[in-house]
Every structure is written in C-alpha cells, then in structure tokens.
Write a protein that binds this ligand. Structure first.
Ligand SMILES: [Zn+2]
Length: 408
C-alpha cells in the first residue's frame, strides 16, 4: 500500500488515464511483441475498440509500428505490432576507472559502434574529449532521425535530477557538474546515473527475457568496484540523498583492507577485481592509500586471466577466486536481510567462473541469512549482454518511455 505524498504529487487530469493506459499498452506490446490488436485487447482486458485507439496513438507517437501479418483461424489476418527500436539511436557512455567506453546503439541495445580509451580524470578535459567523440560518432552513425540522447553511467553517487556527480571515489570526483557541460558539448540531451542503478533500470524496464519480471530484486555488478541497484515494488530505490543501495561500502570488518572510498573493510574491498587479484599476487591492501590502490588497478593481468589459470589447475588462482566468492555470499546475506528481494541478479567478470564459485557464494549467503528461505534466495548469474553497463547507460535514454507515469 502506497501513501499519497501530499508534498510531491501531480493531480490527475482528463488526459492522465489515457496516458496510463497508453503506457500499459506499450509495456504489454514490449513484453509480447509481435502481438495483434486482438491479443493486446485480451491481455489488457479492454474492448478491441479501446485497444485500437491506444494502438493508433502509439503509432502516431512513433513508439510502435505495424509489421507482418499473423495467422488467424478464420477471417482477416491480423497485423502484428512491434516496438520501434531499430531506427531509434542513443549514445551510451560507461566511465570506469581503467577505461571509458562509448557505444552507439539502437533502443534494443544493438551495437553500431563501440570504442574504448583510457579514462580522462580532469572534468573539463573529459567533457571536451567526450563531446568530440560523440559528435564524430553521431555524424558517422546517426540516421535521419539522429541520436536521441546520451546516457552516461558513472561509478559513484549521482543526483540524477540535476546531473551532478556527488561522489565517485574511484575517479576522485566530488560534487561535480557533468550533465550540463556534456549537453552543451554534444548538443544532445544527456542523462547521468550510477552504473549499478543504470544496469538495474535496464533490467527493470527493457529486458524481455522473463515475462514476469520480479517487482522486488537487487542487481549486483562486481568489477573495478561494486555497483548495486535495489528495486522495491517495481521502483528503483534512490533514497533521500541518492545513496540508497550502496551495499558496496557496508563494512564486513572495520579492521579490513583499504577501500577506494577511503574507509577500511567495506564489502567492495573484499570482492572487487582488485581484491581478488591482490589475494593471488599477495598485495597488501591494508596499508595502501586510495591513490596507490588506483595504480594497482592498471595492471594488465585481469580476473578473466586468473579464472583461466584456475581452470588450468593453478590451485592458488582457484583459492583466490573462491575466497572472493565466500565474501560475495556473506555480503549478499546483508542484502537479503535488509531488502529480502525475490531474487538477486549477479554480474561481472568473476561470474564467468560460476561453476567454480557458486557453492562458496551460496554457502556464504546461507551462513548469514536470517531465515532458511532467505538463504536460498535465487541468484541469477551473468548477463547475456557483452557490455552490461553500456546497456545500462543506453537504458537511461531508451527506458523512460516504458516507465509508469508519475501521478499522486
Ligand atoms: Zn568503501
């Protein structure tokens, strides 16, 4: 049951119910495409006439199109409806400590071009360089309709409404403006979001693989850092000051290793790719300053390399990833005990070794979860997407049309 917020609401007008029904139709088409008008009406439990009007409005808005005709037992063959995604383009940007990735893709996430280069840490320089790259890519790949916007995923806390990066420890950014200058440099609308939350939005609003997407789930991406997104009752949790869901910095042990955020013993400091590699190479992360941590991340040996060694019989490599797996499970127990999600989506390089680590993760979760059922919370591993964070960044532009309209 949701209380109406009397300080933040939009009064419903005559057009509101129409808009809500239109969004419902759009989402049903998205989930079941290609779909006929009759099938849409049946699924929406409305008359064919009502469905027909909504469909026409969505066609007029250029959000859906009529494709091939389907089969019918008798009478006229129905025209099937599809979401328009292939000729709508966005630019996705994933800014990470090591590299920045830029992709031109359509609204279904299909890549047209991807480039990667060393991340620039100075904000004015980054904006200038990124602006040039995006303008060049837009010129090379833009259709007549052009690029509709730029979505940027950042490893840190972001005020999504103002486009300011509040704190991105890995990049050394605190309270910096990114959206406005980038919008000026590219001449395109720009959306900025925390990378874990961007991936979560993509799962929540764009994925079609599971018809019944859970309404309560948590996304955990383990990589340079750890990105988390929390969805409660179908809504991404943001919190009063954009921090909600930062499980990465919940301490497992106050005396633990140094974290990028400057504190010690955070979950991230036990499970990030750097933490896993440091176990293998015997680096002491307890005494390093955050700057030194950064310099360690630039090595050419990666977690996928470590997994390869583990598979080749290197016992030390296997022990390193399994130790990470145990801490991963213990941290997931904290998430289960706080959020109690229906399931957890787990992403990141280390999940490629799921056959080697799943037992340690599941045991760690069961050890600290407060109920038996909580300890058995389903963990859905690995993304089918090659670049999950770029997909998340693209979702910042492509997904809003699928979101529920805000009323009351
Ligand atoms: Zn931390």
């Amino acid at each position: 049951m949701r209380k109406i917020n009397t300080r933040d609401f939009r009064v419903a007008t005559r057009s509101t119910s129409r808009e809500i029904n239109r969004r419902i139709a759009l989402n049903v088409i998205h989930e079941h495409q290609p779909i006929s008008r009759a099938e849409l009406a049946r699924r929406m439990k409305v008359t064919r006439g009502v469905a027909g009007v909504l469909v026409q409005e969505l066609i007029d808005q250029d959000l859906i199109y009529e494709g091939a005709t389907g089969e019918a037992a008798f009478g006229r063959k129905p025209t099937l409806l599809h979401i328009k995604s292939h000729d709508r383009l966005a630019v996705a940007v994933d800014i990470r400590f090591s590299k920045t990735y830029v992709m031109v893709c359509d609204f279904s996430g299909r890549q047209l071009a991807v480039e990667a280069y060393d991340t620039i840490f100075s904000m004015p320089e980054l904006v200038r360089d990124l602006g040039q790259r995006i303008r060049r890519l837009a010129k090379a790949h833009g259709t007549k309709a052009g690029i509709e916007g730029v979505g940027v995923a950042v490893p840190g806390m972001v005020d999504q409404s103002t486009g300011r990066v509040l704190n991105a420890p890995a990049l050394g950014w605190r309270d910096v403006e990114l959206r406005k200058p980038l919008a000026v440099a590219t001449g395109l609308p720009v959306e900025i979001e925390n990378s874990g939350r961007a991936c979560t939005l993509a799962l929540l609003l764009l994925e079609r693989s599971e018809a019944a997407r859970p309404q309560n789930f948590v996304y955990v991406g383990v990589s340079d850092g750890v990105g988390v997104g929390v969805v409660v009752n179908g809504e991404l949790l943001r919190g009063a000051d954009h921090i909600a869901g930062e499980f990465a910095h919940v301490p497992l042990d106050l005396e633990g290793p140094r974290c990028m955020c400057g504190a010690t013993g955070c979950w991230e400091a036990y499970i990030s790719n750097l933490a896993t590699l440091s176990r293998y190479f015997g680096w002491n992360l307890y005494k390093l300053s955050p700057n030194k941590l950064n310099s360690r991340k630039n090595g050419s040996f990666t977690v996928p390399d470590l997994i390869t060694r583990a598979r080749q019989g290197d016992a030390k490599a296997l022990a390193a990833i399994q130790a990470t797996a145990r801490f991963l499970g213990l941290g997931l127990a904290t998430i289960v005990n706080v959020i109690n999600p229906e399931c957890i989506y787990l992403d990141g390089e280390i999940t490629a070794a799921w056959d080697l680590i799943s037992k340690d993760v599941v045991d760690g979760l069961a050890e600290r979860a407060l109920t038996h059922k909580g300890g058995r919370t389903p963990i859905k591993v690995g993304s089918t997407q090659e670049y999950p964070r770029l997909r998340g960044a693209a979702a910042l532009i492509a997904a809003p049309t699928f979101a529920a309209p805000r009323v009351a």
